[in-house]
Design a protein around this ligand. Structure first.
Ligand code: ZN
Length: 239
């Protein structure tokens, strides 16, 4: 079982080197029945493997209820998945996903994780080459109303390259969460983390690296190297 600090220390390495990259648009294709059939068969096969490698006690523990260590808000991007930073997310990570890994467009879900499930960590995970950030950096007026509504709440400067925009957005999400959950933070019940999953190695520290870029509003690279010390210092300041 992870304790409060070992989770934070799991992936603490910071390196920030921006690179501009826009998301290519994809043409929609006609659905092929064979492909869907194969997809469903594959789901069943993979699920069968999953069922067979877990012991029955694992599922009976899950059935008892959940007490997740972290509420995690990631972008919906298919290239970002929990297996990139957790070997056993079941019961540990209360997962929320939306375009641009935002608090605003999933506020009820985030509140549920923090207020009802009492997860001690709230983490926002942005990622390299984010389509939502690319859209907000350009002109998205031709998108549908529903999509525009979810992009309107991403507040970053339009002149940023993609990775700088991703960082700015993650910092914004942490700031917004610190306002919303200030009481929990002051009581020492909640730590808010901002992270970036860099599968494209745009930050030049290895493809697939999870970078912790913000903890409770602190983004200084040196201070983030010692999260335990940072949290003691921050907690004193929050009081
Ligand atoms: Zn994204």
């Amino acid at each position: 079982m992870l304790n409060r600090y070992s989770f934070l220390l799991l992936a603490c390495a910071i390196s920030i080197t921006p690179l501009s990259h826009a998301q290519p648009a994809h043409e929609s294709a006609k659905v092929e029945a064979a492909a869907i059939n194969s997809f469903i068969n594959d789901l069943a096969a993979k699920n069968g493997i999953y069922m067979s490698i877990r012991r029955i006690e694992f599922f009976s523990d899950l059935a008892k209820g959940q007490q997740p260590f972290a509420t995690v808000v990631t972008c919906s991007d298919s290239r970002v998945q929990t297996n990139m930073f957790s070997r056993a997310p079941e019961g540990q990570l209360f997962m929320i996903r939306n375009i641009g890994n935002q608090l605003t467009t999933a506020e009820g879900s985030v509140e549920y994780g923090v207020h009802h499930l009492h997860s001690p960590v709230l983490m926002f995970v942005g990622h390299s080459r984010c389509g939502a950030i690319a859209a907000v950096s350009g002109n998205y007026s031709k998108e549908s109303e529903a999509i525009r509504r979810e992009l309107d709440t991403i507040n970053i400067s339009s002149n940023l390259n993609n990775m700088d925009g991703v960082h700015a957005n993650v910092h914004n999400q942490v700031s917004a969460a610190m306002i919303k959950f200030g009481e929990e933070m002051r009581k020492g019940e909640l730590v808010v983390i901002g992270a970036v999953m860099d599968f494209a190695d745009d930050m030049h520290s290895g493809a697939g690296k999870l970078h912790i870029i913000n903890v409770n509003g602190e983004s200084d690279r040196k201070k983030l190297e010692n999260v335990k010390a940072l949290l003691s210092e921050k907690r004193l300041r929050l009081r």
